[in-house]
Design a protein around this ligand. Structure first.
Ligand code: SF4
Ligand code: FES
Length: 253
């Protein structure tokens, strides 16, 4: 596709801190290259704001290559913007046209409070993972891997679940702010492997208990999480989580 430049209007959520009332501000950006990433476009806007003695827009980012899960932005009403299976940092400006107005908001969920502008506190996810605990099996070194054969199908499913980057788009996309897709990915990646068996029961019970404590909503199977997940984590993981949870509840009695 041909490279082109565009002038855009950005409607960005500005909020000074967690307790301040936020509001949308309009900004104009000019000569934005279609080859820029969405975050590079925000960098250009921030340089413009600093040059005008304004406050730059606070936003989370780290790797800018789709692996850290930091770049949580709601763009034109979609978590991570208009491209499927793509994080905000991997979204490119060729997804937009000259003259477009683009609305940018933080994740909206009670369990992810806004800290400033587009930055939300996703530490609830960290606490859920911590509640899952460690894998106590000694996995040895690389050459020891052959001592613990794993069926290929299980390895593939586990690897797919492990590709969850903890970005929170599933929560942001869900009308109930449910964290089930995230938790199901984290439970599944270990439940499918022999190394995950010793703590299989306690892991799922503790992670679900922490998820409920953090105030995430219930899952009503709308599938919005799977549709918006940049890593295409499958809903079948939620079915597995439910099975793991029921089984663990009986075993714990
Ligand atoms: S399941 Fe998908 S949307 Fe949810 S945190 Fe993991 S990668 Fe992000
Ligand atoms: S900045 Fe790391 S996934 Fe987007």
């Amino acid at each position: 596709m041909e490279h082109y430049n565009m002038n855009l209007t950005l409607k960005v959520w500005r909020q000074k801190n967690a307790t301040a009332q936020g509001n949308f501000e309009n900004y104009q950006v000019k000569n934005i290259s279609s080859e820029m990433s969405f975050l590079e476009m925000i960098d250009v806007l921030n340089e413009q704001l600093v040059a005008e003695n304004g406050e730059p827009i606070a936003f989370d980012h780290d790797c800018r290559e789709g692996i850290c899960g930091m770049c949580s932005m709601h763009i034109n009403g979609r978590a991570h913007g208009p491209w499927d299976a793509t994080t905000t940092c991997q979204l490119h400006m060729r997804a937009f046209k000259d003259g477009d107005t683009i609305t940018v908001e933080p994740w909206r969920a009670a369990a992810f409070p806004v800290i400033r502008d587009l930055v939300v506190d996703r530490s609830a996810f960290d606490r859920i993972q911590q509640a899952g605990g460690f894998v106590s099996v000694n996995t040895g070194n690389a050459q020891d891997a052959n001592c613990l054969p794993v069926p290929k199908d299980d390895a593939d499913l586990s690897f797919a679940a492990a590709s969850c980057i903890g970005c929170g788009a599933c929560v942001a996309a869900c009308k109930n702010s449910s964290a089930m897709l995230f938790v199901s990915a984290k439970v599944s990646q270990f439940a499918l492997l022999p190394q995950g068996q010793p703590e299989r029961t306690s892991r799922v019970l503790n992670m679900v208990a922490q998820m409920d404590k953090e105030g995430f909503g219930s899952c009503t199977n709308t599938g919005a999480c799977e549709a918006e997940c940049p890593k295409e984590i499958s809903l079948t993981n939620i079915a597995r989580l439910n099975r793991e949870y029921v089984k663990a509840s009986f075993l714990a009695e």
